[in-house]
Design a protein around this ligand. Structure first.
Ligand code: AP5
Ligand code: MG
Length: 211
C-alpha cells in the first residue's frame, strides 16, 4: 500500500517543489488544491469564477467548497495506492473533514510533512518564482534558474506580488499553522527544517524521515 501524505508549510516553503518529485518517484498522484483552482481560473469554469476573488486577494477558498473538490478527487482510481496532498488541508475544519472522510473508509494519513521556512526567506523566494505555463514546471530566478531558451515564456503567479504574499502569510499563521498541532496529536507529524538548503537537500531530508 502506498503512502497517504499531507504537505504542510507556509506559502513558498517548497511544498509543490518537493511534492512533484515525491509523487514522480513514488508513482502516486500529486494533488494540489492551488493547482486545481488555477487551472479552473485559466479555463474560465464556474469554479474558476467563484474562486478568483479568494486567490487574487490571498484569502482561503471556503472550506466546504474546497473539501468537496478534494473528496471528489480522492475517490478516483489513481488514488487507491496513496497520494500526496499539497496545500490541503489548510484549516482545522478542513483537517477534521479529511480525517472523517478517511476514517469512514478505514483509512488515515500516514505522514504530515511540515517544511519549516521563516517568513523573511519566503518573500524573496516568491518574488523570484516563475512557472512554465505549458509544462507547469516551477523555477526560481535566484535558487533554481530556468534554462535560457524558455526564459521568455515563463509567467509570474498573480498572487506572488509582495502585498498579496503578506496577506497569504497572515492567513497562513492565523488559519493554517494550527493544523501542525492537529497532526502532531495524531502522531504523524514530521518536521523538516526548510531554510538555507537546496531543494535536493530538503528532498533527502524527507526521504530519510519517511524511512
Ligand atoms: P497554493 O497554490 O497552495 O499556494 P501556497 O500554499 O501559497 O503555496 P505556494 O504554491 O506559493 O508555495 P509552495 O510551498 O508550493 O512553494 P514552491 O514549491 O512553489 O494556493 C494558492 C491559493 O489557492 C491560496 O492562497 C488560496 O486562495 C487557494 N487555496 C489553495 N488551497 C486551498 C485550501 N485547501 N483551502 C482554501 N483555499 C485554498 O516554491 C516556492 C519558490 O521557492 C519556487 O520558486 C521554488 O523554485 C523555490 N524553492 C523551492 N524550494 C526551495 C529551496 N529549498 N531553496 C530555495 N528556493 C526554493
Ligand atoms: Mg505550491
Amino acid at each position: 500500500m502506498g503512502l497517504k501524505i499531507v504537505m504542510l508549510g507556509a506559502p513558498g516553503a517548497g511544498k509543490g517543489t518537493q511534492a512533484i518529485r515525491m509523487a514522480q518517484e513514488m508513482g502516486i498522484p500529486h494533488i494540489s488544491t492551488g493547482d486545481i483552482f488555477r487551472k479552473n481560473l485559466r479555463e474560465g469554469t464556474d469554479l474558476g469564477k467563484e474562486v478568483q476573488k479568494y486567490l487574487d486577494s490571498g484569502a482561503l477558498v471556503p472550506d466546504q467548497l474546497t473539501c468537496d473538490i478534494v473528496a471528489d478527487r480522492l475517490v478516483e482510481e489513481d488514488c487507491a495506492n496513496g497520494y500526496i496532498l499539497d496545500g490541503f488541508p489548510r484549516s482545522v475544519p478542513q483537517a477534521e473533514m479529511l480525517t472523517r472522510f478517511l476514517k469512514e473508509r478505514g483509512e488515515a494519513i500516514d505522514a504530515a510533512i511540515n517544511i519549516d521556512v521563516p517568513d523573511e526567506e519566503i518573500v524573496g523566494r516568491l518574488s523570484a518564482r516563475r512557472s512554465d505555463p505549458e509544462t507547469g514546471a516551477v523555477y526560481n530566478l535566484i535558487f533554481n534558474p530556468p534554462p535560457a531558451e524558455i526564459a521568455e515564456k515563463l509567467i509570474q503567479r498573480e498572487d506572488d506580488k509582495p502585498e498579496t504574499v503578506q496577506t497569504r502569510l497572515k492567513t497562513y499563521h492565523e488559519t493554517t499553522a494550527p493544523i501542525i498541532g492537529f497532526y502532531e496529536k495524531l502522531g504523524v507529524l514530521k518536521n523538516i527544517p526548510g531554510s538555507n538548503a537546496s531543494p535536493d537537500e530538503i528532498y533527502k531530508r524527507i526521504m530519510i524521515i519517511l524511512g
